[in-house]
Design a protein around this ligand. Structure first.
Ligand code: ACM
Ligand code: ZN
Length: 610
């Protein structure tokens, strides 16, 4: 019954929003709607002048055919003609910029480079009925598109999502579908976290044990890893070099650059379990990590390790054309180095002050090798400790402090502060969340949306070093693609707007209606997303232990009403309506439900203040 009601609700919303203008995510720099339409049908042609646009036209017409049954042919032609979608190169437009003009006669797309042409098609697809993302042709003879005039260009050059496939392996087919959705919202970097303590996931032909041993773990910790309860279920998986090439190719077709990450010197236990000679103490026994957190077993900076890492990168150079390579650099404990004779001698020989400087030496050696091969390194903000490698880009994750320090040193920065960009954090802030590192790590959609990467702690000139933003999907508590999708969407939509749209053009209410349309597209596409949008979200100070506290309850779904109880009973429309923030005390139990009309729009969320 609940399911039928929810389906009905979604249908009502579809009808409601279908009568509204389609909303584009991320919001374009400028968009004007006209009360006219262009009719697209089997006689519509795509006209291109540049063969580099042909694959973009093909992807577009394949999607249209799959979702509607309408076949659109592509022709190479300079002249204008009626009933055409014409791609025109425009020198003056910057690389990712485009213009899209839909009149009642034709559609004209102007682009500076193929990336812009691709983004124009992603905007155009969002102007279609959302069924265009389906795969069972609805076999319509024509579709009416609203006439619009769009001029668009991104705010930041780097708009990324990181997926951690180290903690849990994710299938190639899922990664491709994930890339489809990222491309639709104009994300242009896929940071692929390929190695971890708990699994090495990329085939290296020179070092076969990395996958024979390193891609498998015997079991995985359940719940809070400090409780040491294990599932006793083996987990394994790795990407062959052919798989990786296929993902790189698939991403490139969608103007997404795949940035591989090889974690060093820390988070390297799976590699060390495969080749113990890479550690400070080769005689010890190692096994692939089975719990989360940080391990003391890290790469030892000795010639054999550098030779190994160079061998790994040599094979990656052939697979990943990206200029940027991520080398990790985070959470590297120095315990092993402190008690290792080789490490201590190296510190003396190189005139280093301490183990932090040894880490900096390690990263700089790797940077030299990558620079020699035309690559630039990105590292997590710990690479600042002991001094930055000369050309490194810093990915700021422990808040913005690392980014601020790096920009002050005139290094490039990618802002990815955990407080705004960690999509493993909880979206609801209540009991509905699955285990999420203690529910203290709360990151609702609205907070992601309002992230502003230009911090006031940097000058305007220093802001130029911030090349973009990234959302991170750490998968300790995500065993399946469905969970990954649920944690990623819709927060990645919000992130895409942080990366693409100028602050002056952002509006959370507009965005939320766009999210509902995105959900419809995703439903047709078979991609999961979080139901948090339909559920009450609790906002309160999770860190302080002092009471009373202010508890605010919000919901993203437009026009939903909130009702709550404090006596443990299930809330209904007859319960107390939520009007303003509540004052709550330790031990209070608040149950909240949301309704549109008589229909509850999701699950009841519960907060237990104990
Ligand atoms: C990180 O979250 N350790 C980069
Ligand atoms: Zn050592």
């Amino acid at each position: 019954m609940r399911f039928i009601l929810l389906t009905l609700l979604i249908f009502i919303q579809q009808v409601l929003f279908a009568s509204n203008q389609p909303r584009i995510i991320p919001e374009p720099a400028s968009i004007q709607y006209e009360a006219k339409s262009f009719t697209i049908g089997n006689k519509t042609l795509i006209a291109i002048t540049d063969s580099a646009i042909r694959p973009i036209a093909s992807l577009f017409s394949e999607r249209v055919q799959s979702g509607t049954g309408i076949r659109i042919k592509t022709i190479q032609q300079n002249r204008s003609g009626k009933n055409q979608i014409r791609f025109i190169h425009e020198e003056a437009l910057s690389e990712e910029a485009y213009e899209l003009n839909i009149s009642s006669k034709d559609i004209v797309i102007k682009y500076g480079s193929p990336a812009g042409a691709f983004y124009a098609t992603q905007t155009l697809l969002q102007l279609f009925p959302t069924t265009v993302f389906g795969s069972a042709p609805t076999k319509v003879s024509h579709i009416k598109l609203p006439c619009v005039s769009v001029k668009d260009t991104p705010r930041f050059a780097y708009r990324g999502i990181m997926l951690d496939t180290g903690r849990h392996f994710m299938p190639v087919d899922f990664i491709k579908r994930y890339l489809d959705v990222l491309a639709l919202c104009k994300i242009n970097r896929f940071h692929w976290h390929l190695t971890e303590d708990q699994g090495w996931r990329i085939e290296i032909k020179k070092y076969p044990l990395l996958t024979e041993i390193g891609s498998k773990r015997a079991r995985t910790v359940i719940g809070n890893w400090k409780d040491s309860i294990y599932d006793e279920i083996p987990h394994e998986g790795f990407y062959t070099q052919e798989d990786a090439r296929e993902i790189v190719r698939y991403a490139a077709e969608r103007f997404i650059t795949v940035i591989p990450e090889i974690e060093l010197p820390g988070h390297a236990l799976a590699a060390i379990a495969s080749y113990p000679e890479l550690s400070c103490f080769p005689e010890k026994e190692y096994k692939v990590g089975e719990r989360w957190g940080i391990f003391n077993e890290v790469f030892c900076p000795k010639p054999a390790t550098f030779e190994f890492l160079k061998g790994v990168f040599d094979e990656l150079f052939d697979i990943f054309p990206s200029e940027y390579y991520h080398i990790g650099g985070d959470e590297c404990p120095k315990e092993s180095w402190k008690s290792c004779a080789h490490c201590q001698q190296l510190i003396k020989d190189k005139g280093l002050k301490n183990e932090d400087e040894l880490q900096s030496y390690f990263i700089t050696e790797i940077e030299k090798y990558l620079n020699q091969h035309g690559k630039q390194i990105i590292g997590w903000d710990e690479i600042l400790e002991g001094g930055l490698a000369p050309n490194a880009t810093v990915m700021s994750w422990r808040g913005e402090a690392g980014g601020i320090a790096a920009a002050s040193q005139k290094h490039q920065v990618i802002m990815s502060p955990n407080t705004y960009c960690y999509f493993d954090y909880s979206q609801l802030g209540g009991e509905l969340d699955e285990y999420d590192f203690g529910r203290k790590r709360f990151l609702p959609l609205e907070t992601v949306y309002h992230y502003e990467p230009y911090t006031e702690k940097l000058t305007e000139e220093q802001h130029q070093f911030i090349i973009g933003v990234q959302g991170n999907v750490w998968t300790e508590y995500m065993k399946t693609p469905e969970r990954v999708a649920e944690q990623t969407f819709p927060r990645a939509f919000a992130l895409s707007e942080v990366g693409w749209t100028l602050s002056a053009n952002k509006n959370y209410d507009t965005f939320k209606t766009g999210v509902l349309q995105m959900f419809n597209r995703m439903s047709h596409w078979g991609m999961n997303y979080s139901q948090a949008f339909y559920e009450p979200i609790f906002y309160y100070d999770r860190r302080s232990s002092s009471y009373p506290k202010k508890l605010e309850i919000r919901i993203d779904l437009p026009n939903a009403e909130l009702f709550y109880t404090t006596d443990g009973t299930e809330p209904s429309r007859q319960s107390t309506p939520y009007k303003k923030p509540l004052e709550v005390n330790k031990g209070d139990l608040i149950k909240t439900a949301a309704f549109v009309g008589e229909v509850q729009t999701g699950r009841t969320n519960i907060v237990n203040l104990n």
